[in-house]
Ligand binder design. Structure first.
Ligand code: FRU
Length: 905
């Protein structure tokens, strides 16, 4: 943008320099149509015009020669008229043919000067030339003045179609007419050039012997002299010419050389014509006829004349020289002028650039200042952030240290609890053949807690680089076999196929047994967690030259591509993972593998594949002590969960009691499920869902109450609760949320989703039992309300979905009340739910069967009609949909304790 401005500015300056006019006044364009340029007289005329024109700086003279061709002269005149010359000068070849062309030029508004030869009209601006009649007279008078006795003369005229020839003849003959002394022997008509007269004169001289020859110009006079020479009478005949040109072949020189007796000066008038033209353009007054002086030049005045001409020529040369100097100076002035302008332009540009630079410098310095201030601020903020980060780190460290210390503290009592409960379990087994459910529950959960604490402590050690590997040479398959053993039961239980494919030979690696045990355990736990029933987990070892690869591949839900790079970061869970997890397992696995200089990579397409690569040998384990002692059995610091002992506990109720409400538990922690089943099975028909397909299970079951966790594998508890409450078929079922999420946001979200109660873990069983009671009691109250106030279901105290359902059903029923054929199936279809769902829903909301409810509705309507109308009883019976009045009476009596007739009284 700035460059553009500068270029534009430069362009303006250059335009200013180039456009400045050199001349303020307009030039004067003078066009001159010359008759011919072949002879010296004409050349002299043109030269004098050019010299004179050069004295006028504005005058621009353009000379065109017609080469003695009349047609081309007429064309030239037209061209000058078209070019709109300021003044036109014409020296006509012949008088008559050029007259119209000149008149037209004048008509076109172009001032026209006629020079030397005349035209046949007065339609021109001015004429300039000598008086040719006078010239003829002067010639005759000169002959007369020189003779004593009678003499003869031959006249040689110019082209008689041109005015000078006519007028010179006229003048010459008019004088001779009155003289008796001089006799005109003959007149030869030439064309102004020598060749035209030579032959006729030659012939004439055969018969006459003249004393004088008067030729209308010097050129023809010399032609005559040459003819006289041929006759050898050149000394006897005296010749008088016209023109009197100065110079080697001019008349003056011939007079001086005594070839000519005399010549009559015929001035060209070139310079005068230019003066006249300028005057005309300037609007000054000019005479129409401008006569030039003539003089006879003979031996008497020839020297004087020559001297004068010499001086004149000298002066002219001086003028020309000066003119050249002036021209040179003008050129120098003009180039200097341009130079100065250019320099001024450049100076302005320089000035502009300087100003621009100053402006830019100020701007930059201001910008810099601003940046400095911002920088300063950023620096301060950065320092503050650094300080905060430091503080945060310190506080974090102290928190982590606190938790680590606490974990250590937990570990001892937990280990004590675990070992004690192990002892109790053994004793129990010895006494009763198997240990109790509660003992196994405590044992498993305390082991789980120990594992979690170990994970936390490992994490801390890894963070502080305080883990020391104890590498021993061991077959990696041995460790894998141990870990896989822990998962075999779970795999069977979950219907997950656990496939193992080992390489043939033992795969000896230098590894820390405990570290690798944790790695495999964590990766396999992860695979097990995300592999659905009937899925597959494949473990494979591949031995290569310098490393061993262990691949653990599952057919689980996979890891979203965007989560992969973070999956090994601590506290991170994949976005599609709804299950509770510390997010430490995979982080620890990766750290341990890296301590072994190995790698762990994930491939995920259908399911997930973890590929662990560990280098062979121990060269890579520098700075680590290598243990060469052999260990016979792998001692693990994490015990597997003993599932087998309580797997037998039935998850579905064996005997369904009709009078028990149906309770569905949606929870993926099977231990908790089992505990709940054990505790609640005496009051409820217990049903369990681990979250997979939970909504379908609710639809199949239409339970009386639901206990639901928030972290579920398929959908979250929030979404499930919302879905249940939005669906007409399930909206009436009370939902109790039982979750570990104790934050306020989750609480609000769950209630917004429609949950009826929110309970956090750990919970007291008695409290849960009370909540179940309350929720069911409330439903009972609602049921009473509905069954007794069917026509005014408007209270906002009750669930909107249920109100809507009842209203919709009542409307449907009232519309079909008089139809004895109307069936429960038809009603279910009308409400877009199944017959069983309708039955369960009505039973759940209203506590009666659908057909009882319809009957009740018919009788209520009949009661109304009995009171308010005078319809016959039988009519009323049909009106409310009874097929016979007798059956109506019985039913009415059953409900209201009196017959319809009695009721009406
Ligand atoms: C030149 C010339 C002169 C003569 C004049 C008459 O072309 O022939 O010699 O005086 O023209 O127009």
């Amino acid at each position: 943008m700035r460059i553009h401005c500068l270029l534009y500015f430069l362009f303006l300056i250059l335009s200013f320099i180039s456009c400045t006019p050199r001349e303020t006044k307009k030039t004067i364009h003078i066009g001159f149509s010359q008759a011919m340029s072949s002879d010296n007289w004409r050349k002299e005329m043109e030269k004098s015009m050019q010299v004179q024109a050069s004295l006028y700086p504005r005058v621009e003279l353009e000379i065109k020669s017609a080469n003695n061709n009349v047609k081309s002269q007429i064309e030239q005149i037209k061209d000058f008229v078209e070019a709109q010359v300021d003044v036109l000068i014409v020296s006509p070849i012949k008088s008559k043919p050029v007259t119209t062309a000149i008149e037209n030029a004048l008509k076109a508004g172009i001032p026209t000067i006629v020079i030397d030869r005349k035209i046949e009209s007065n339609n021109y601006t001015a004429y300039i030339g000598a008086n040719n009649v006078d010239i003829g007279e002067d010639a005759a008078k000169y002959i007369l003045s020189g003779i004593r006795e009678e003499s003869t003369v031959v006249q040689i005229t110019g082209d008689i179609a041109s005015s000078p020839a006519k007028e010179r003849q006229l003048g010459f003959e008019s004088v001779l007419k009155h003289s008796k002394k001089v006799k005109l022997l003959a007149t030869i008509h030439g064309d102004w050039e020598k060749p035209s007269i030579k032959a006729p004169l030659n012939k004439l001289l055969d018969s006459v012997n003249p004393d004088y020859i008067f030729a209308h110009n010097d050129r023809m006079a010399i032609g005559g002299w040459e003819v006289l020479q041929q006759h050898n009478i050149q000394n006897q005949v005296k010749i008088i010419g016209v023109d009197g040109l100065y110079g080697p072949n001019g008349g003056i020189q011939y007079v001086k050389d005594e070839i000519l007796l005399a010549t009559i000066l015929y001035p060209t008038g070139g310079a005068e014509a230019i003066d006249l033209a300028v005057k005309i353009v300037n609007g000054e007054f000019v005479n129409k006829n401008n006569t030039l002086n003539t003089v006879v030049i003979d031996s008497v005045n020839v020297d004087l004349m020559q001297n004068q001409f010499n001086k004149l020529v000298e002066q002219q040369n001086d003028i020309e020289g000066q003119q050249e100097v002036i021209d040179e100076q003008v050129r120098a002035y003009q180039s200097q002028n341009s130079m100065i302008k250019l320099m001024i332009g450049l100076l302005i540009l320089l000035l502009a650039l300087a100003l621009w630079s100053i402006y830019s410098a100020i701007k930059i310095s201001r910008g810099k200042r601003k940046l400095e201030i911002i920088n300063e601020k950023i620096k301060t903020q950065r320092n503050q952030i650094k300080k905060f980060a430091q503080q945060l780190k310190v506080s974090n460290e102290s928190k982590i240290n606190f938790f680590t210390a606490l974990s250590h503290e937990f570990k001892t009592p937990l280990t004590l609890i675990t070992s004690s409960i192990e002892t109790i379990s053994e004793q129990n087994k010895a006494l009763a053949g198997e240990s109790s459910f509660e003992i196994n529950l405590i044992l498993n959960n305390s082991r789980r807690l120990i594992r979690l604490i170990n994970e936390l402590l490992d994490f801390r050690k890894l963070e502080t680089d305080s883990i020391t590997l104890k590498p021993r040479k061991i077959d990696v398959k041995e460790i894998l076999e141990h870990v896989l053993n822990d998962f075999k039961l779970e795999a069977v239980k979950n219907s997950v196929q656990l496939k193992v494919k080992y390489s043939k030979d033992p795969c000896f690696l230098w590894i820390d047994v405990h570290a690798l045990d944790k790695v495999f355990f964590n990766v396999l736990s992860n695979a097990m967690k995300f592999t659905p029933p009937h899925g597959k987990i494949e473990v494979e070892t591949i031995e290569e030259v310098d490393k061993v690869k262990i691949s653990i591949k599952d057919t689980g839900i996979g890891i979203p591509q965007e989560d992969i790079e973070n999956i090994f970061n601590p506290f991170v869970q994949a976005s599609n993972n709804e299950r509770p997890s510390s997010g430490l397992g995979l982080y620890i696995a990766k750290q341990f593998i890296e301590l072994h200089k190995g790698t762990i990579n994930i491939h995920t397409q259908k399911g997930t594949e973890f590929v662990i690569t560990i280098p062979k040998g121990y060269e890579h384990l520098q700075h680590v002590e290598i243990y060469t002692d052999h260990i016979n059995s792998i001692v693990r610091d994490q015990e597997p969960l003993k599932r087998s002992e309580y797997e037998v506990l039935a998850l579905e109720p064996t005997v369904v009691q009709d009078y028990f409400p149906n309770l569905l538990i949606i929870e993926d922690n099977m231990d908790l499920c089992r505990l709940l089943v054990k505790q609640l099975k005496n009051d409820f028909n217990m049903y369990i869902s681990n979250g997979d397909g939970a909504f379908k299970k609710v639809l199949d079951l239409i339970p009386d109450v639901i206990i639901c966790d928030l972290n579920l594998p398929e959908t979250s508890g929030f979404e499930l609760a919302k879905k249940l409450k939005e669906d007409l078929r399930t909206s009436h079922i009370p939902v109790i949320i039982l979750t570990a999420m104790a934050d306020e946001d989750s609480y609000i979200e769950a209630l917004t989703a429609g949950a009826d109660f929110y309970m956090t873990k750990p919970f007291q069983m008695d409290a849960l039992k009370q909540v179940l009671k309350t929720v069911l009691y409330n439903k009972e109250r609602l049921r009473y309300y509905y069954t007794n106030k069917l026509d005014s279901v408007t209270s906002t105290d009750f669930d909107k979905e249920e109100q809507d359902f009842i209203k919709k059903m009542n409307k449907y029923l009232l519309n079909n009340l008089n139809n004895p054929e109307f069936s429960v199936e038809e009603l279910a279809r009308g409400l877009h739910i199944s017959r069983v769902q309708l039955y369960r829903k009505v039973k759940a909301i209203l506590g009666v069967s659908v057909s009882d409810y319809i009957n009740g509705l018919r009788l209520e309507k009949a009661q109304e009609l009995l009171q308010d109308t005078s319809l016959q009883i039988s009519e009323i019976a049909y009106e409310v949909g009874f097929s016979s009045p007798g059956y109506f009476s019985t039913a009415f009596k059953n409900k209201y304790g009196m017959t319809p007739k009695h009721y009406r009284g």
